[in-house]
Ligand binder design. Structure first.
Ligand SMILES: [Fe+2]
Length: 377
């Protein structure tokens, strides 16, 4: 049984300037980023690198059309290293750009074995995806009409670099939804049947970091997150290591149907089902790891003086109250979801998300999944 794999070397710097100096960024480097990240932090360094701003190739999540257009551009350049500076979209694209024979997305998906032709450095600028330490890229294959994951050992970064300076310009909503996503990575991998002693340490440390940070937000307001930037980056990285090894489960599985039809962003979509899935687990198998999770949440809330936890025994209820201090959870009908969507979502989750559902703490039937959707309407 595999206990733990961490492929990239993990580095941290206080600033982008220190990183650029240490890694001698120059003419053979391509930086893939967004202009709103480049302008306040990277521009002043005036580096001799090539830059690609992802938004010039299409909006939103990565598509085959977007990645092919970027490939056409960079295949004209003499590039030895790709530096991805951004959120999930940037990171997913960069993992494709470094592959050998990357003429277009379709060619790569058809290959039996993938190899890397350029070095890859990933610098996450949100505190959620953990994607800097995983080897999967999810591309919307518009020509095939489906979202598909491409995964290979060749798609691991050589270096994952954590630079808290980038969190300074992160809008509050992105901070909140991405860190909730990281917390869900930590919890789902903690409860996963393939959780190991090693990945559990990463899950627990991620939960302690994020939940204690949320207690400080509840106490003193949202701006306290800036003082905790380094902690959030590390916690989401720990959670990435944990789920990269032990997987995510029903929360992620259920969020895809909502996200795909109503274009709800990933973290927000996961937040919809997070505590309801935990409640269902607790109801079906109250003894076991969910009990340990419950105690852990209660202890963290107590130790960090979360006043909303006063008099509440149930850790999941405390978690719900704490999350509400960070981000308001909408109802599914606020996104336009109707009664008719509910059985369709449940069927699609069971049909398409077995990769995730197999990691559930306890198996959930289609009826139970439907009940959870129904309760969120
Ligand atoms: Fe996620």
């Amino acid at each position: 049984m595999k206990e733990l794999l961490i492929e990239p070397q993990i580095d941290s710097f206080d600033t982008f300037a220190e990183f650029a100096d240490e890694f001698s960024l120059g003419g053979k480097d391509l930086i893939l980023t967004n202009e709103y990240i480049y302008d306040p932090i990277m521009k002043k360094e005036d580096l001799d690198c090539s830059y690609i701003f992802q938004e010039n190739y299409g909006p939103g999540e990565p598509t085959d059309v977007m990645v092919d257009a970027i490939l056409r551009e960079i295949n004209e350049l003499d590039i030895k290293r790709v530096v991805a500076v951004g959120g999930g979209t940037i990171i997913d694209i960069a993992k494709i750009l470094v592959l050998e024979g990357a003429e277009n997305v379709d060619v790569l998906y058809d290959k039996k074995e993938l190899a890397k032709s350029k070095e890859l450095i990933i610098i996450p600028t949100t505190c959620g995806t953990g994607s800097e330490v995983t080897n999967i890229s999810i591309i919307n294959r518009t020509r095939k009409g489906t979202k598909m994951g491409l995964t290979s050992p060749a798609m691991f970064a050589d270096y994952a670099v954590l630079i808290p300076e980038f969190l300074k310009t992160l809008p509050y909503y992105v901070f909140a939804s991405s860190s909730i996503d990281a917390l869900i990575h930590a919890v789902e991998s903690y409860l996963s049947p393939i959780c190991t002693d090693y990945t559990e340490m990463f899950s627990v440390e991620a939960m302690k970091g994020i939940l204690s940070g949320y207690c400080r937000i509840a106490k003193t307001g949202e701006n306290v997150r800036f003082a905790d930037s380094k902690m959030y980056l590390k916690a989401s990285n720990y959670a990435g290591i944990a789920f990269g090894n032990s997987g995510c489960a029903a929360v992620h599985a259920m969020s895809y149907a909502l996200g795909a039809k109503y274009h709800v962003p990933h973290g927000e979509s996961n937040y919809q089902f997070f505590t309801d899935v935990l409640r269902k687990y607790q109801e079906k198998k109250p003894e076991g790891k969910i009990k340990k999770l419950n105690n852990l949440i209660r202890r963290i809330a107590d130790e960090n003086g979360f006043s909303g936890a006063a008099g509440i025994e149930d850790g999941i209820e405390i978690l719900e109250k704490l999350l509400a201090e960070v981000l308001t959870r909408k109802d599914m009908k606020d996104y336009g979801v109707t009664e008719a969507d509910i059985p369709v979502f449940a069927a699609s989750t069971v049909e398409n998300q077995q990769r995730l559902l197999k990691n559930n703490y306890v198996p959930l039937t289609q009826e139970e999944i439907q009940e959870i959707y129904q309760a969120r309407l």
